[in-house]
Design a binder for this molecule. Structure first.
Ligand SMILES: Cc1cc2nc3c(=O)[nH]c(=O)nc-3n(C[C@H](O)[C@H](O)[C@H](O)COP(=O)(O)OP(=O)(O)OC[C@H]3O[C@@H](n4cnc5c(N)ncnc54)[C@H](O)[C@@H]3O)c2cc1C
Length: 407
């Protein structure tokens, strides 16, 4: 039976936005609720992998996003001590993807594009509401009743109940929806914090042959250097023994780390800094009756490899396909169970494993292990067959194929 009551989506991050647009394109009524008074524009994910861009292309979103981003076919693994470089070129996958590159573009540019598209092209099926925070849900068996706090500003607001066919929690790592239906978030939290510092300084002047995406291994202090169209972002780990976050945001500490990375006369300009905790967790179930979760609400991982947002968009794509089939008349519950099986399965088997391995690889304390890792990466990059296998994995094409592909 066609879905007539709206699918309520909690959270207008990249995952909620993707799901809303995919459903709206298929004529499914949606209601996208965002707790904030406007779209969050914090600097978070900035890497879009090739299969993610292929998906966005099918929604008409790839070309406008590419126009605002940086096309990066090459990325590197560097050994900080020896300066050796293993460089991979996504051009090797040009027969498999229409976007054989990583796109470096801030995630807020993507959510803004989608939000504007929903307003402009789908005002009939997509209602998008700011300052609407989901607080709870009751699954009636026939639909959902969602309790929402409507913030009117100035400390005022009121509660309202919205009725829909399903509720999808795309409300981030602290998901209210996941907690409302009592789903455990299993895994662990790393002891150290991660600091991200953004500078407009042209770091490519400090390193030879620097690619826009670089993973730099070192037994003492690994780094990740990522370029966006206007900034370089430097990801730096911290000492787990020190809990005080203010320490990591202090000018002196940041300048010390940047000068240790690349000596420089005077201070580096710093336009943005953030410190955050990193977790490896997967929700025990992504489907409870008519309530579902996707994206960070369902899984979180370290940012090494850029798999958090991308994996979340792949969840939205998969779930969107299932809901479209339900809208066309298929029995919904087996489809939703398949979503849980496919996406949770691949997230546990692949994304969690891969991101944990990426971190171990960068931070290995044994210099011998570091040297072997670098030699192995260089040998892989130099052998087209091995490089291709490596790229299929790191660009998430393998995991997507395993979880049902690009349907
Ligand atoms: C510093 C940093 C760097 C990162 N870098 C990368 C990277 O390079 N590559 C990558 O793939 N990933 C990266 N990530 C992870 C990435 O940002 C997340 O995986 C991604 O944002 C998840 O998208 P989402 O839509 O699931 O959740 P979010 O982006 O967290 O969006 C959730 C939305 O829900 C809203 N919300 C919350 N509660 C409610 C509620 N009760 N009701 C309604 N709305 C609600 C929030 O306001 C928010 O807009 C990074 C994360 C951080 C913190």
């Amino acid at each position: 039976m066609a879905i007539t009551a709206p699918v309520i989506i909690s959270g207008a991050g990249p995952v909620g936005c993707t799901l809303a647009l995919r459903l709206a394109r298929g004529g499914v009524p949606v209601r996208l609720l965002e707790a904030s008074p406007s779209l969050p524009e914090t600097l978070r994910a900035s890497t879009f992998h090739p299969p993610t861009l292929d998906m966005l292309d099918r929604l008409g979103m790839a070309a406008p996003l590419v126009a605002q981003g940086l096309v990066c076919p090459r990325f590197q693994y560097r050994d900080r001590r020896t300066g050796e470089i293993a460089e991979f070129d996504l051009g090797l996958l040009a027969d498999l993807t229409r976007h054989p590159y990583r796109l470096q573009a801030e995630q807020w540019k993507y959510t803004r594009l989608v939000w504007e598209t929903l307003q402009r092209e789908h005002p009939d099926v997509a209602g998008c509401l700011f300052s609407h925070a989901v607080r709870g849900v009751y699954d009636t068996g026939e639909g959902v009743e969602v309790l929402v706090w409507v913030d009117e500003g100035g400390g005022r607001g009121h509660e309202a109940v919205l009725r829909g066919s399903y509720l999808v929690g795309c409300d981030g790592a602290d998901s209210v929806v996941r907690r409302a239906v009592g789903i455990p978030f299993e895994g662990f939290t790393y002891p150290e914090r991660f600091v991200v510092v953004s500078t407009p300084f042209p770091l490519e002047e400090k390193f030879e042959r620097l690619a826009p995406v670089n993973y730099i291994a070192d037994p003492e202090e690994w780094l990740v250097l990522l370029r966006t169209p206007s900034l370089w972002r430097v990801l730096i780990p911290t000492d787990p023994a020190i809990e005080d976050d203010s320490r990591w945001l202090a000018d002196r500490w940041i300048q010390d780390r940047l000068h240790h990375m690349a000596p420089h006369d005077g201070d580096y300009p710093v336009v943005h800094r953030t410190v955050y905790r990193v977790h490896q967790r997967v929700a025990a179930s992504w489907h409870r009756g008519r309530v579902l979760i996707a994206g960070d609400a369902a899984h979180v991982n370290n940012p090494l490899g850029g798999m958090g947002m991308n994996g979340g968009i792949h969840d939205a794509w998969n779930l969107g396909a299932k809901l479209l089939r339900a809208h066309a008349g298929e029995d919904a519950m087996p489809l939703l169970a398949a979503y849980d099986r496919e996406r949770r399965g691949v997230t546990t088997r692949f994304v969690q494993e891969q991101t944990m391995a990426n971190k171990k690889m960068l931070e290995a304390k044994d210099p011998g292990a570091q040297a072997r890792r670098q030699q192995d990466l260089m040998a892989t990059a130099a052998d087209p067959a091995r490089a291709r296998a490596f790229l299929l994995r790191s660009s998430m094409i393998d995991s997507l194929r395993e979880a049902g592909g690009l349907d």
